[in-house]
Ligand binder design. Structure first.
Ligand code: PAF
Length: 285
């Protein structure tokens, strides 16, 4: 397949996408920070199946990283990303430099509401403000018909859905299932930070979610009991540190006491200092 065209300026982006939109093409966007893996590529496949034209966005957004987080060392390999996107048939990649996105006087931010408060919001203050701001900017730059996000960042998808509805954006938000390695570890660009031994230990995240599913299938309904058993599985891995293990309402993200309706099990765990997140919906038969 031909390599995609790489655009770095807003003017070129609008010149490329505007005529397609005016011709009535359905435009899909896949927002990413690069370091692409099969999870991202599943979003590309979904967009290409549902849209006439797909734009992949690659930008490591500084405003969603807190002080001391991994912005500086976040993996960046544009050429490898372009090869993967070419193999999926993507024609256009927007990969702006930081100055193209945030001018020196940039001083306007999107402040998401209650759904951004718990879980990641508690542990990464300001994270969703940065995400919501960049995603709104991206929506305004591309004016897509549909945008594709992964379920691994469950709370991010909720924040973006809320923002899209509240700000009357005419964009369909599509959320695609988590893609996992063969041992269950959710695919993530940050998995690349893990040493081989830590990579093996990281399977405790998925094991703890599987245990939660088994407990619910076996009749357990107590959220605290399930969360405690999940924590035990996670802490069986040497050096695992838990940010949160939470059983929450899938829409509000408020804690539940009993799992007697669909419930989100969400977790954030540090293994060898790499912060990993994962989740699943617990369903009651
Ligand atoms: O999910 C991500 O990779 C990022 O949060 C996003 C949506 C591309 C915004 O920078």
């Amino acid at each position: 397949m031909d390599p995609p065209r790489v655009i770095t300026t807003l003017d070129d982006l609008r010149a490329a996408v505007g005529p397609l939109r005016r011709a009535g093409w359905r435009v899909g966007v896949v927002p990413t920070m690069g370091a692409l893996h099969e999870g991202h590529l599943s979003l590309v496949h979904a967009s290409r199946a549902e849209c006439d034209f797909t734009v992949a966005w690659i930008f490591v957004n500084p405003s969603q990283f807190g002080p001391g987080e991994d912005y500086a060392r976040y993996p960046r390999d544009l050429q490898a990303d372009l090869d993967k996107l070419a193999a999926c048939g993507v024609e256009l990649v927007f990969a702006p430099a930081e100055g193209e996105v945030y001018g020196p006087e940039h001083d306007t931010w999107v402040e998401p509401g209650a759904v951004a408060g718990p879980l990641e919001g508690e542990h990464r203050p300001g994270h969703f403000r940065g995400v919501a701001t960049i995603v709104l900017k991206l929506f305004n730059m591309i004016a897509p018909d549909a945008a594709y996000f992964g379920q691994k960042d469950y709370q991010q998808a909720l924040v973006i859905r809320r923002m899209t509805a509240d700000l009357d954006l005419p964009i369909e938000i599509r959320v695609c299932p988590i893609v996992r390695e063969s041992d269950g570890l959710a695919m993530s660009s940050r998995n690349a930070y893990l040493s081989p031994a830590a990579r093996r230990r990281a399977t405790v995240l998925w094991k703890s979610l599987c245990l939660a599913k088994e407990l619910v299938a076996g009749g357990e309904r107590g959220a605290e009991t399930i969360a405690r058993r999940m924590r035990e599985v996670i802490l069986s891995a040497e050096d695992a540190r838990i940010d949160y293990v939470a059983l929450v309402d899938p829409e509000t993200l408020q804690q539940v006491e009993r799992v007697d309706r669909p419930t989100l099990a969400a977790l954030a765990v540090r293994i060898e200092n790499t912060r990993l997140i994962d989740n699943c919906i617990l369903t009651v038969e």
